[in-house]
Write a protein of this length. Sequence first.
Length: 460
Amino acid sequence: MTSFLCAIYLIFNCPTLLSQNLGSGWVYIENVQTNLVLDVQGNAKTKGTTIWPHSLNYSKAQMFKLTSSNIPDRFGNDARYIMAYDNRSLSSDFYLSVKVPPLVTSPVQPIENNLHQPALSSEPMVFTDGENHSNRKTLNNYEFTIEEKNELSVSPIHLANSLATKAKQIWKIIPVPNEPDMYYIQSAEFKKQYVIEPLGLNSGGTLVLGEFTGSNLQKWKILKTAPNEPTDIKLTNFEWERDLDQSTWKFWKWHYAYKIKGDITWKRNNDVTKLSKQRLTIGVDNDNEHITIEPQKSSYKFSIESNSTGNKKEHCFRVKAYSKWSAENTTFSVETCTTPNTSTPPKRPPSKGVSKLLITNCHDSKTESVRLWLYDVTTNNGNWVDKGVLNNQWQGSNCPSGIPKEINLTDNHVYILKAIDCGNLSPNETNGSCHVLTSPEIKGAQDGNGTTLSFQIDGS
């Protein structure tokens, strides 16, 4: 009883404080008792389409926007139009309306001076709903439809005639005390306080205007279709890493690979059942990497490709939440931007050494010979050792033909091998463009303790 009296007091005596959900965004309107939502029947955005209570399906038929644009001041600051979502644009020309039957006439009756006039019909039919409110009435012959906007005059003269034939489109959105995002939706066109409620409990039923009681059947949740914003983005162990990619058996094709890695956490701020997915976006130099994340997660360990200068660049992170709605269904977190720390693993190949190199020449030209040079990094005397010329080993369409060139390595010495196709000068005397093979550093080993590695020259 106390809550009912408070609701009555709030509705008729107090200024209204409305939720942010009643701002410019799209919402759905769900009945507290039935869990049914307002729905444009068949999603037909045409004049006269019925609005009915329906089970939640996250479609555009169940999306609305509350707007106070051009509502005369006399209706108060809690008055709103309820606009249906338009599939073609963000501005719709159709609004939730309650229509009353047009005036009908009885058979013409003769009156004085031989003039005739019609007899007006009676007041709209009312009935009680079977609840313990003997004097509560429900208007059941009013139709809820979407109609084109009917702008009202700002004149203070206001006729609250319940038999008016125009659509009733202005609704007072009254907060339920102490119940967030919960409202009564009252018609602003009646002297009595009539609010929207479903006539039954089943999907696909009928909406009616009921005399205010404060029951759950008259309460509606007004909730955003877009999810809440993820917050408190925190980044830890954020590093840029350079590592030697040895995934190919061709040592001369080993190369450095770069990546960024780390851990990111955030506050989801959404009921998991209301989300369809989340997405982590990592951006650098206007290039974005998108990672899809399950709805229930609030942390992620990432490792993605970078480049040789990634350790010097600012990377920006943000999380995007997706609701289950078919439109107006996303919200971004605020960006968090920072530069990674540098992590550089060892550069050299595995410790097991190589006893012998086997080189074949399948130069793209099919005619070029190459000169081989070996540098002892361990001695590091600045001298490249000439290992001779290796002729082209193409035979028709096949390569290599013949036996490979062999080069033996010294135990525990580290070497670099180069092949040059532009003369007899050493590597430090020639242009790098004619170095058709440059190996990584290779550790030598005695026979029996090392492996034999094959190099095939196929560049130009």
